[in-house]
Design a protein around this ligand. Structure first.
Ligand SMILES: [Zn+2]
Length: 180
């Protein structure tokens, strides 16, 4: 990438600046060690994220391994990642669509059993989509999940490409499903 998509002017490369990955819909995810570009003329900025699919799996694993109950934005992330509509997810969880929506919008807390069921639906679907078993070891961590209240604000989580690149053959969810 060397010309601006907007005005075709030369781009300036920005290295080593953390990038807040708001496109994920999560307010605490930052990417480090990726290239960003700024147009010398119109000041538009661009970012280059390699292998987004693997990055998204890594974020998904981080979320399903949380001991705190899921926050609305995480519920939404997991659902969208597996391409389900809110109504479909509500039905899969045997919840009223309105209740599900309030959960996803952060207006209502939900029992741990629904929280865990949603994580399992994500893991099963993510495995199917990836064409490999990602769930090995997951049952053993289930008792600890969703066992704490979510914090008011989740602290920043940073990911660098070394965590999701060159790991295509290594299942992201492996024997040690949730790293300690
Ligand atoms: Zn430009």
């Amino acid at each position: 990438m060397d010309r601006c998509y907007e005005c075709d002017s030369p781009l300036e490369v920005i290295k080593d600046r953390p990038y807040q990955y708001k496109e994920s819909g999560l307010d605490y995810v930052w990417l480090i060690g990726i290239l960003q570009y700024k147009c010398s003329k119109c000041k538009e900025t661009f970012v280059e994220i390699p292998r987004i699919k693997e990055l998204h799996l890594l974020i998904g694993r981080t979320i399903v391994c949380r001991k705190e109950s899921l926050r609305g934005q995480e519920v939404k992330y997991l659902r969208k990642e597996i391409g389900m509509k809110s109504k479909e997810m509500a039905a899969a969880l045997s919840m009223e669509p309105e209740t599900y929506s309030r959960w996803e919008n952060g207006k209502q807390a939900i029992a741990a059993c629904h929280d865990k069921a949603l994580r399992m639906i994500y893991v099963v679907n993510a495995s199917e989509n990836a064409g490999k078993v990602l769930s090995q070891g997951f049952p053993s961590v289930l008792p600890d999940l969703a066992s704490r209240k979510p914090p008011l604000k989740t602290k920043k989580v940073q990911f660098s490409p070394s965590e999701w690149l060159n790991k295509l053959d290594e299942p992201l969810f492996g024997g040690e499903f949730c790293p300690a």
